[in-house]
Design a protein around this ligand. Structure first.
Ligand SMILES: Nc1ncnc2c1ncn2[C@@H]1O[C@H](COP(=O)(O)OP(=O)(O)O)[C@@H](O)[C@H]1O
Ligand SMILES: [Mg+2]
Length: 231
């Protein structure tokens, strides 16, 4: 029988293993990771560079597949999905923010933000309210017609955040989203990301080596040599 807690379980990884072959050796990047993320939570995964954080996050976001184990988001087992099914699931339910923003240079800020809606052919009315809220909260109102090259690093990353959130994903994964920014910009982007998260009520799983973010998290895990432990 499902407990109340299990009903609120949004993401679960079960004994997830990922190995990479590097010339004649095998690197175990993620070793039997068990992660649980509940509704409404902001989860932080901290750990040194090379500890396996990105590898785990990419698998949770459906960008890579484990050698072993299961990744389950709201009862949907990502590890059983065919590639096209996984791509569709990702497009509809998962938002991703990377360390480098990956904006398309020839599109304006607004066109970049709306890219997921353009791809999914969503009507303007379906996202108009959220667009307003995101643009206002992230301080992008007077930057929408700028190209990425005309924006500061912090502004570019805020555009990337708006793009990750515009389809109101069930869960957002962020991989060192402020890693390329200076301290002041990093703090500002993080403050806006957390404020936006509260306003639209999304789940956020963030990987970072910045331990100062831990104070804002509901749940914290540490990655060490591919091993994940609750903090
Ligand atoms: N595509 C890959 N091919 C081979 N080795 C990889 C690949 N991706 C990651 N690794 C290795 O897996 C380990 C974990 O890497 P990563 O997940 O990027 O760590 P982190 O994000 O914590 O810095 C490292 O030893 C890294 O060299
Ligand atoms: Mg990484």
């Amino acid at each position: 029988m499902e407990t109340n807690n299990n009903e609120r379980l949004l993401l679960e990884t079960v004994n997830v293993i990922k190995q990479f072959r590097q010339s004649d050796t095998v690197v175990t990047a993620v070793n039997r990771a068990n992660l649980k993320v509940y509704e409404g939570q902001f989860t932080c995964i901290i750990g040194a560079s090379g500890s396996g954080k990105s590898t785990l996050l990419h698998m949770c976001a459906g960008l890579d597949t484990p050698n072993n184990g299961q990744i389950i988001i709201r009862g949907h087992n990502l590890t059983n999905m065919k590639p096209d099914e996984l791509a569709r699931f990702r497009g509809e339910h998962i938002g991703i923010v990377f360390q480098s923003h990956n904006l398309l240079p020839q599109l304006t800020a607004l066109e970049n933000i709306l890219l997921p809606m353009t791809i999914q052919r969503k009507s303007r009315s379906s996202y108009e309210n959220l667009l307003d809220k995101l643009v206002t909260t992230l301080g992008l109102t007077d930057r929408l017609n700028h190209l990425p090259s005309e924006l500061s690093g912090g502004q570019q990353q805020r555009v990337a955040i708006a793009r990750a959130l515009i389809n109101l994903p069930q869960i957002v994964f962020a991989d060192e989203p402020t890693g390329n920014l200076d301290r002041a910009n990093a703090d500002e982007v993080m403050r806006l990301l957390l404020q936006t998260r509260k306003e639209i009520g999304m789940m956020l799983v963030m990987v970072t080596h910045d331990t100062s973010l831990v104070q804002h998290a509901d749940s914290v895990f540490r990655m060490e040599n591919g091993e994940l432990t609750p903090v």
